[in-house]
Every structure is written in structure tokens, then in C-alpha cells.
Design a protein around this ligand. Sequence first.
Ligand SMILES: [Zn+2]
Length: 132
Amino acid sequence: MFPLPDLLGLEFKTIQAMVKIYCKAFHNTDNVIGKECTECRDFLIYANEKLDRCPYGQAKPTCNNCPIHCYKPQQREQARRIMRYAGPRMLLKHPILAIRHLRAEKRAVPSNIPEHASNRHKRKHRIDIKQQ
Ligand SMILES: [Zn+2]
């Protein structure tokens, strides 16, 4: 999986936490860190790649508010199932991540898609995002 800094990293951490809650409840996995089932692991790899490629980069709106629907139908449905179950449970299990996400939902969606802003682009061109 690709390393995702800052806001993208936080978003990935949130997804990981939700997948863990969901996987434990429905796939009977042990609550060992990083031990999701194969299906959930594949989903996380997919989500990680989508975040890496998100054209908004660090200005990314939350997926819920995003005008681009970049997930394929199958993964989209999977995401919906995971969020529906784990979303409300996040407040109890990971209140800080949950609150930060709720706050992010209120951020304005950028009016246009920035150029060369994706994490993937920066990674490939070795642009240090800390310098910006
Ligand atoms: Zn699972």
C-alpha cells in the first residue's frame, strides 16, 4: 500500500478503523491489528489506491460530498455496507477520528479539480508536500 500523508492519511486511517469494526462483526476475525480477512484486506488495498490517485489530493472532499464517483459498483456497495455498520460505531470506538471526519464533511468542495494534486503524481515526481 502507498504511504498517504496528512489529510489523505487521516482518511485512510478512518477507513481502516471502520473496516476493522465491520470485519470483526461480520467475518469473525480476531481483533488483532492489521489482521482483516482477505476480502476486507483487498478492499483496503483498493481504497488506498483510490486515495493515492484522488485528483483533489490534500484538498479532497469527503467521499460522501465528492462529485467524482471513483469506486467501481462492487467496491462502492462494499463501502456503503461497511460505512452503514461502522459509521455510527466510530463515535464510541474512535471519537477523535469520527469527529474529525464529521468536521471534514462540512468543508467546502473545491470548485474545480486542481492540476497535478494527487498523491500519486507527487509521489512519482518526488514533490515533497511539506514544502508547499
Ligand atoms: Zn472481513
